[in-house]
Ligand binder design. Structure first.
Ligand code: PLP
Length: 363
């Protein structure tokens, strides 16, 4: 019996109205499907690294709490990502947690979060969780940055926090570096540049700008690099910013197993560099082959996925799934993404199967 509800003590009375109105983040079941929906690196660890990791993890004292400072894993990230000593690092349980911490820190009453649309949905969700106003500024129809619209929104809303994904997800494009820096200069609030896809951007990064502007931080992750299961993300910023974020971080947010695995694996950059090179080569091949399929409109990508628009996006999504291929459909999520599918770059064989299924679905 639902006695507590009858007494007005159930979630329908006690949970915040805006939380009750949400639906939990949905991840499509992928069992038995070729998984090209989540920008995962399709290559597992090489056998020798798997073995080295097993040995290393066997040494971890799981009866003890992790090192709360994360000093060793930070040193590994610093080395792997060439983060200068003048900047500090905040660790997160994935960059998802980092963006939640950053948002929470800026959630003064009435404060706004600005994000471009379409972009990563977590920016809006984290703002909502923190009780902040959310301002979405549409990109142009071709997904380029509408700088005038952004500047007007900044002037009108004075956002405490602005998110820019560089490259952007789900569109895949990189906004011009100079335009991003103009947004930083015009913003009264913090601008957080999310470089989840830096490994695929051909070296394009704003890391060198952090510390040169008082209101710029960078967010990165090891997820798209090939370590999505570890749940390790980071913010990079000046000591002054990171010190404040640290106060909102759960002391043991990165597990000792994740930290130990990352310390080991980040020392084997050549393995990930090989996989990244293979993914980039396949991205080029996918671009050529997609362009040869009539009915496919392809958008430029600086990431490990490609956004396409089809005559019937939802129909093509279903047809692909019938053929055992899971991609991500964005139809219905934003007007600019009508009939769009996002295709993660897989292995050569997976990509061939996806292309064949797509050609069959459209033919
Ligand atoms: C995938 C993605 C993330 C989330 O990465 P995690 O570190 O796995 O939480 C963050 N930002 C963007 C733009 C992404 O696409």
């Amino acid at each position: 019996m639902s006695a507590p509800a009858a007494r007005g003590k159930g979630p329908e009375n006690l949970v915040r109205d805006d939380v009750r109105a949400l639906t939990a983040y949905h991840v499509a079941p992928a069992e038995g499907l070729v998984k090209l929906d989540a920008m995962e690196n399709p290559y597992g660890l090489p056998p020798e690294l798997r073995e080295a990791m097993a040995k290393r993890l066997a040494q971890v004292d799981v009866n003890r709490y992790p090192d709360p400072t994360g000093a060793r894993v930070k040193a590994s990230l610093r080395e792997a990502m060439a983060i200068p000593d003048s900047l500090e690092i905040l660790l997160g349980n994935g960059s998802d947690e980092v963006l939640q911490i950053v948002t929470l820190a800026l959630a003064k009453p009435g404060a706004a979060v600005l994000s471009l649309e379409p972009s990563f949905v977590m920016y809006r969700l984290a703002a909502l969780w923190a009780g902040m106003r959310y301002v979405g500024v549409p990109l142009r129809g071709d997904f380029t940055l509408d700088e005038d619209a952004v500047m007007k929104a900044i002037a009108a809303e004075a956002p405490a926090l602005t998110w820019i994904a560089y490259p952007n997800n789900p569109t895949g494009n990189l906004f011009p570096r100079e335009a991003v820096l103009r947004v930083v200069a015009a913003s009264p609030g913090l601008v957080a540049v999310d470089e989840a896809y830096y490994a695929f951007s051909g070296g394009k990064s704003l890391l060198g700008e952090v510390g040169r502007h008082p209101n710029l931080i960078l967010v990165r992750t090891v997820s798209k690099l090939g370590l999505a299961g570890l749940r390790l993300g980071l913010a990079v910023g000046t000591r002054e910013w990171i010190r404040e974020f640290e106060k909102l971080r759960m002391p043991y947010n990165v597990s000792s197993l994740d930290a130990a695995a990352a310390e080991l694996l980040l020392g084997h950059r050549e393995a990930f560099a090989r996989q990244t090179a293979a993914i980039l080569a396949e991205r080029g091949r996918l671009e050529r082959d997609l362009d040869a399929i009539p009915g496919v409109e392809r958008f430029a990508s600086a990431a490990n996925f490609i956004l396409v628009r089809l005559p019937d996006g939802p129909g093509a999504f279903e047809a692909l799934r019938q053929r055992g291929i899971l991609v991500r459909t964005f139809h219905g999520s934003h007007p600019l993404l009508a009939n769009c599918l996002r295709l993660t770059v897989g292995t050569p064989d997976e990509n061939t199967r996806m292309l064949e299924a797509l050609a069959a679905a459209l033919g």
